[in-house]
Design a protein around this ligand. Structure first.
Ligand code: XBP
Ligand code: MG
Length: 241
């Protein structure tokens, strides 16, 4: 089976969004709402155990402010906090504060030039993805991706494979003809459960995670172009034509 499509995760893979992007955006939303919650870098690293912003807020409240969840309005309050957080995050993106990681733009360009199909599979909010692409790659970038699977379109977020199943179905490709690029153990669990060979590009939060089952683990995509991805994919699937 030859390589037909690359499916990118977003947070931590396309860009280092978590520590200096989502985290301060959450804190700004909490401050705006008059909450004394403050997520420092170390705490945020632990909270990343739960994917999805709304889910992460609820997880934090369960651990550190259970009274918040006694309020019958708490689900609405979480939704409002998350909407405010998204507003702050988008403003940061628009200001150019979150560049793509090394090698990402080049790999996207090489893949397009070679006629590979591109897709996104992420738990983050759809506008976060489209804005990140537009700000860093220009107004046409969203159209380069055949499928953008993001946010609440599937009920179970990573590490569940649902978002990868959703994307594969829309690509109408077998899992083995795709290659996923992820940065975290949760992302890897999701893509592997979807049957997709996966390359890991680590970041500071995920460096020490267990990436058993990955095609390879690299510190970034700076030295990993399309030729290397084809090699890695062929080593796994090349024998099954
Ligand atoms: C990323 C996430 C996201 C972001 C926040 O996981 O867990 O929740 O932290 O985005 P992955 P939202 O990289 O595996 O997709 O606040 O928009 O949910
Ligand atoms: Mg990620």
């Amino acid at each position: 089976m030859s390589l037909a499509a690359i499916i990118f995760d977003v947070d931590g893979t396309l860009a280092d969004t978590e520590r200096d992007g989502h985290r301060p955006a959450f804190n700004a939303a909490f401050a705006e709402a008059g909450l004394a919650w403050q997520w420092d870098e170390a705490l945020y690293g632990k909270l990343l155990a739960v994917t999805g912003g709304k889910e992460r807020i609820k997880h934090y409240a369960t651990l550190h402010d259970p009274a918040f969840l006694q309020d019958p309005e708490s689900e609405h309050r979480i939704a409002r906090l998350h909407a405010a957080k998204t507003r702050h995050f988008l403003a940061l993106l628009e200001s150019g504060g979150i560049p793509l990681r090394p090698g990402v733009a080049r790999l996207i360009g090489e893949s397009r030039a070679a006629g590979l199909r591109l897709a996104i599979a992420t738990t983050t909010t759809p506008e976060n993805v489209t804005t990140l692409l537009r700000v860093n790659l220009g107004p046409a970038a969203e159209s380069w991706f055949d499928v953008i699977g993001a946010g609440d379109i599937v009920p179970a977020k990573k590490p569940a494979p649902d978002i990868y199943h959703w994307v594969l179905q829309r690509l109408a490709l077998p899992a083995g003809s795709c290659l996923a690029i992820e940065d975290s153990a949760h992302g890897l669990a999701a893509s592997l459960a979807g049957g997709i060979p996966t390359l890991i590009t680590t970041n500071a939060y995920t460096l020490d995670q267990d990436f058993s089952g990955a095609l390879a683990v690299v510190p970034d995509l700076g030295a990993t172009g399309l030729a290397r991805l084809r090699q890695l994919h062929k080593a796994t699937y090349g024998q099954h034509k």
